[in-house]
Design a protein around this ligand. Structure first.
Ligand SMILES: [Zn+2]
Length: 218
């Protein structure tokens, strides 16, 4: 799942307007923002194996520190704790906790069984929506559209950065998703990891756009 995670970040704005979209993007995509770092450090492993599922050429061979259920709960708790101590909002902290955990839940929906319960565990989760390209596209497109609608309802643009900057972000995310789905597989894991690191750009973009929008009451 890719834009489905961003959809969660967008939708969450309605539940906690004081939390920036940038923070919500970090939370919803936290496990995948960490993952390329763990790949580059050699602590986790992925293989490029076209046909692994219909949807992605990636075989997630070993990624327990970012994508086991226990690790996801731990990262969520750490993230929520940091949010609580710096921002002093328990509502915001609960929301970012839920957003981090939502990443694992959505991944479990789409991946084939490759998400471990905890590092070293033989118990693997994954309901395999990725076995259907159409099914995945439909689910992610609906989630994304919902996320965009909810974020737009919860906020109002203060200026052009808030409006055009927002739409540019939404369109670029959708285009990158399409390129991932319909483009060729990455040439090697290093390139994949470096490209994946660029996702941090969307986080900064979201902080920027969010500062140029205000929350709408109600
Ligand atoms: Zn993931």
């Amino acid at each position: 799942m890719f834009i489905g995670h961003y959809a969660v970040g967008l939708a969450a704005k309605k539940a906690a307007p004081q939390v920036s979209l940038g923070t919500l993007f970090i939370a919803a995509q936290f496990l995948d923002l960490l993952w390329p770092i763990f790949l580059l450090l050699g602590l986790e492993r992925v293989e490029i194996a076209p046909g692994n599922t219909a949807f992605t050429p990636l075989a997630f061979v070993y990624y327990p520190f970012t994508h086991s259920l226990v690790a996801a709960l731990a990262w969520a708790t750490l993230f929520a704790f940091l949010y609580l101590t710096t921002r002093r909002s328990s509502r915001g902290a609960i929301l970012v906790w839920v957003a981090v955990v939502s990443h694992w839940v959505l991944d479990a929906l789409t991946h084939r069984p490759d998400l471990p319960l905890y590092p070293g565990s033989e118990t693997l989760f994954g309901f395999g929506l990725w076995n259907s390209v159409a099914g995945t596209l439909i689910v992610e497109a609906i989630l994304y559209a919902l996320g965009v609608v909810l974020y737009r309802k919860a906020t109002r643009a203060l200026d052009r950065i808030g409006s055009y900057g927002f739409w540019a972000l939404i369109i670029v995310l959708a285009l990158i998703y399409a390129a991932n789905v319909f483009g060729p597989p990455p040439p090697n894991v290093r390139v994949l990891a470096v490209v994946a690191l660029f996702q941090w750009l969307f986080v900064f973009w979201a902080y920027w756009v969010d500062r140029h929008r205000e929350s709408v009451a109600g």
